[in-house]
Design a protein around this ligand. Structure first.
Ligand code: NAD
Length: 250
């Protein structure tokens, strides 16, 4: 895809699900990929998949809630391949499914730390590096829960926060040549949804059936939108929360 080939793409949450699918798709399109996750074994598997398909990638174990760890990720990317041209800030957790009044402070703090503070810490490093380097493209993973009450309270709050951060980053760094967008997936077939289905039981199936397309999405269907947003084909798109939900929000 135009503008992806020979670029450097950092992907967080790359040990599985949507992050792994995006890392693989970036590599297929000719980008060199830096795969980051707290799950060290998982990112090694992602690298193996990319390399066995003829792509180029490196793994950096990273905790997105830790400022030093995120700074070390961007440094490692620069050492391996140069300043990142693209970043997909995608690491996330679903948190506890309890009703709002029954949520614990520990779960609230953890969900906000990973989903919202984690995206901000990544943006901080990426925006500074890209602005110095003449520009770049960033995609953050929000959710339909960033636009509506489609999930547990802390998760919904964190994903609304991701859309807010995306808009501010796009507004402040557009003049520096950095485009920043978000993807808002609906129900996508990953480990996260398998875990949530255990908690939600029949409610999850009702959620899936309610969508016009009547099925779960696949991680690759989100990955293709992420790579498009990073490509020159989306050169006038910034600050946009792109819904990929089989029509649920319709
Ligand atoms: P997943 O659980 O397969 O992937 C999430 C990844 O994030 C895991 O590999 C996990 O190890 C990693 N991670 C968790 N905490 C981390 C941390 N502190 N630092 C670094 N990595 C960390 O789930 P997924 O469905 O692929 O989720 C990816 C993103 O998509 C998440 O942000 C999630 O909220 C979002 N999302 C998923 C769906 C869905 O239906 N699956 C829908 C909307 C949004």
């Amino acid at each position: 895809m135009n503008g992806i080939s020979d670029g450097v793409a950092v992907v967080t949450g790359a040990a599985g699900g949507i992050g792994r699918a995006a890392a693989e798709r970036f590599a297929e399109e000719g980008a060199r990929v830096v795969a980051a996750d707290v799950d060290g074994d998982g990112i090694e598997e992602t690298i193996d998949e990319i390399e066995s398909a003829g792509g180029e990638a490196t793994a950096v174990e990273t905790d997105v809630t830790d400022e030093g760890s995120v700074a070390a990720l961007i440094e490692a990317a620069e050492e391996s391949y140069g300043v990142p041209d693209m970043a997909f800030n995608n690491a996330g957790i679903e948190g506890d499914h309890a009703p709002l009044a029954e949520q614990s402070i520990e779960d609230w703090d953890r969900t906000i730390a990973v989903n919202q503070t984690g995206v901000w810490l990544c943006l901080k490093e990426e925006l500074a590096a890209m602005a110095d380097d003449g520009g770049g493209r960033i995609v953050n993973t929000a959710s339909i829960a960033g636009l509506a009450a489609a999930g547990p309270g802390p998760y919904v709050a964190s994903k609304h926060g991701v859309i807010g951060l995306t808009r501010v980053a796009a507004a402040q760094y557009g003049p520096e040549g950095v485009r920043v967008n978000a993807v808002c997936p609906g129900v996508i077939n990953t480990e996260m949804v398998a875990r949530s289905a255990e908690e939600m039981g029949e409610q999850m199936q009702a959620f899936i059936d309610a969508k016009p397309l009547g099925r779960m999405g696949q991680p690759e269907e989100v990955a293709s939108a992420v790579v498009w947003l990073c490509s020159d084909d989306a050169s006038f798109v910034t600050g946009h929360p792109l819904v990929i939900d089989g029509g649920y929000m319709a």
